[in-house]
Design a protein around this ligand. Structure first.
Ligand SMILES: Nc1ncnc2c1ncn2[C@@H]1O[C@H](COP(=O)(O)OP(=O)(O)OP(=O)(O)O)[C@@H](O)[C@H]1O
Ligand SMILES: [Mg+2]
Length: 258
């Protein structure tokens, strides 16, 4: 389970003049992000480019520290219990940097060892994932030159290798063809049915509407609304997610103006 409460993170603006006021020297990537993602559910973090999705996921994955606000993964605070969070969490980052000189299998095994699996378990677990994710044909090829779909599968296998309870995927279907997207959706559904907590980020409304039990809409670093698709439609008075998205984010910017 993931709980995020008022997460905030800014970055130094490259090349900003020191004479500018302090707030103009920084970019606020995540302003106020609060939401909950339950076990056995697929939760979608839906927002446009630059909304703060990746920064939010990186904070939850303990890769970036929140400046203010708190978050926990399976009850472990992301700032205080980094090791436990990493044990409970599988994270597939956007453009996952897999090692091009290693084969797919070696990439997965290497990650398994980093996660603390012994040699025998890491061999066995990578074999299992290679079968499950239908990677047999390219498992023993070096990753250099892999297609987007092949890279995504390796990255997903790496995220799942230590059997984490909570799984976060940053734009997982980016660059995947229709069949690969379908395959990934089936895997995500199965993981949720097995009781895992799944959080994935996307800017694609249809994908989120089709797959998610719970949706958090993020815009300009703020979660504007969260709930099931029907709850969001009901609360915004709309009939489709795209209109609900516009309505929720406009309500947010009106609130800012006042
Ligand atoms: N390391 C960084 N340094 C400076 N600015 C950053 C950094 N990381 C993120 N930002 C800025 O924070 C904002 C949010 O970025 P983020 O990557 O979280 O958005 P996103 O919702 O994942 O977007 P996308 O859909 O394009 O992946 C953007 O304006 C981005 O330029
Ligand atoms: Mg992103």
């Amino acid at each position: 389970m993931i709980v995020a409460e008022e997460l905030y993170k800014s970055f130094k603006r490259v090349g900003a003049s020191r004479r500018k006021p302090a707030h103009e020297q920084r970019i606020v990537a995540v302003n106020s992000v609060s939401f909950k993602a339950d076990d056995g559910c697929i939760t979608g973090l839906l927002g446009p480019n630059g909304a703060g999705k990746s920064t939010t996921l990186r904070m939850l994955a303990t890769l970036v520290k929140p400046e203010t606000g708190t978050a926990s993964i399976d009850g472990y605070d992301v700032s205080k219990h980094v090791l436990q969070v990493r044990q409970h969490l599988g994270f597939m980052p956007h453009n996952a940097g897999i090692y091009p000189r290693l084969t797919a299998r070696e990439n997965i095994q290497y990650y398994a060892r980093l996660c603390g699996l012994n040699r025998k378990d890491s061999l066995q677990r990578s074999g299992e994932l290679i079968e499950q994710l239908t990677m047999t044909k390219f498992a023993d090829r070096r990753a250099n030159g892999f297609s987007q779909g092949q890279k995504t599968k390796v990255a997903l296998a790496r995220a799942l290798v230590h059997r984490p309870q909570t799984i976060m995927l940053d734009e997982p279907t980016n660059g995947l063809d229709v069949m690969a997207t379908r395959g990934l959706r089936d895997i995500i559904r199965q993981l949720a049915a097995d009781g895992h907590c799944i959080l994935f980020s996307s800017h694609i409304m249809q994908e989120v509407a089709a797959l998610c039990d719970h949706i958090a809409i993020i815009s300009d670093g703020i979660v504007a609304i969260e709930g099931s698709l029907n709850e969001i439609l009901g609360r915004t008075g709309q009939t489709d997610l795209e209109d609900a998205f516009v309505s929720a984010t406009q309500a947010l910017s009106k609130g800012d103006d006042e």
